[in-house]
Ligand binder design. Structure first.
Ligand code: KG4
Ligand code: ZN
Length: 334
């Protein structure tokens, strides 16, 4: 099966052609990502209206390029997949309208994909696919979710953030430090030297670490950082960045490890934009039990792209008539 996938849930416009490989995993034939990041860097965050306008400009060239680079033409595509939520409504609509139109014109089945579940399927773009049961942790700009997957379709929600998402905590605290947008990569870069020095990084509180459940809370960190900044902190900007990063990473790794101890899965899957964070990747590899096989996508497949949407569509072929597809901005992972 060969799928043309489209992803426009936030500020990226992406199209990708994927197909199954001989080992049951997914191969990427082409992946094109256009981003309006620079547009948002000037405003310190995403303005939904501007993101959607840029996506309207990008969507046709991006799909066209993805097809051309894949080496396949439309007659060789078996289905069209598209993100239907969660995300910004204007942005979701751009991808959905493009997918609906192509499904109608080309007479191809249309598959709707949950963006959050999709992130985890970046781990199936591999020669050796993860085995079930699996624990999955999705850490993105808008969501932090921990799930137990008995199979592709048997998914139990374990917990998630009660307020800000992990990525949001990076973005908001980076803004307080004046590091720019998006905050995650900026904080990661600013922290690098401090982390390498082996500095003690226990300054900020770890909310809900010992709560006994699988929920998270990151909004308190923002307040603690604000207080520290206003009080003329003894820390340098880089030290602050490293302290912030450690507070976020520490709780994520602690709860991921706790879930692996309780559920004893065969695989642990990390995904979402924050999974690009080097410290988080290292700590997950260090802390999670060696009896669990750890999957972390390559950095370029962590942040939003259509390849994992295509991969998820392959394992969850939820076919929908083009007349019935509408965006679902509030969609949850299960
Ligand atoms: O999954 P994603 O690309 O978009 C959403 O679905 O939200 O995630 C974007 C988030 C942003 O908050 C960004 O700051 C964060 O991922 N991020 C990182 C890193 N790269 C991206 N956070 C920490 N360290 C990084 N290296
Ligand atoms: Zn995402």
């Amino acid at each position: 099966m060969r799928i043309l996938a489209i992803e426009t849930s936030c500020d990226e416009t992406s199209a990708s052609v994927v197909q199954e490989n001989l080992t049951g995993g997914i191969d990427v034939c082409s992946i094109i990502i256009a981003t309006s990041l620079k547009l948002h860097a000037s405003t310190g965050g995403i303005i939904p209206e501007r993101a959607a306008r840029a996506q309207i400009e990008y969507i046709i060239p991006v799909i066209d390029k993805a097809l051309t680079e894949s080496g396949f033409d439309k007659t060789e595509i078996d289905a069209i997949a598209v993100t239907h939520g969660p995300g910004l409504i204007g942005s979701l609509l751009v991808g959905i309208e493009a997918a609906r139109t192509l499904s109608f014109l080309w007479q191809k089945p249309l598959i709707k994909v949950n963006h959050l579940l999709g992130h985890l399927y970046a781990n199936f773009i591999a020669a050796q696919v993860p085995q079930f049961p699996a624990i999955g942790l999705v850490v993105s700009g808008g969501h932090t979710d921990l799930i137990y997957m008995k199979s592709h379709n048997q998914i139990k929600y374990l917990g998630g953030t009660r307020d800000d998402a992990a990525g949001e905590a990076f973005d908001k605290t980076a803004r307080l430090l004046g590091l720019g947008y998006p905050g995650g990569p900026m904080i990661s870069k600013a922290s690098k030297e401090i982390v390498e020095k082996g500095t003690q990084l226990k300054y900020f509180p770890r909310p809900m670490r010992e709560s006994g459940d699988y929920d998270f809370s990151f909004s308190g960190l923002k307040t603690a950082v604000l207080r520290e900044v206003k009080a003329n902190s003894k820390f340098t900007k880089n030290e602050m960045a490293a302290q912030i990063q450690e507070a976020i990473v520490d709780v994520l790794v602690y709860k991921a490890d706790k879930a692996c101890i309780e559920y004893m899965p065969k695989s642990f899957l990390l995904a979402g934009g924050v999974a690009a964070n080097e410290r988080l990747r290292d700590k997950i590899n260090q802390k999670i039990s060696k009896s669990v096989k750890i999957y972390i996508p390559p950095v370029n497949l962590c942040t939003d792209n259509a390849a994992y949407i295509g991969a998820c569509a392959y394992y969850h072929p939820e076919i929908i008539d083009w007349t019935d597809l509408t965006p679902n901005p509030e969609l949850t992972i299960v």
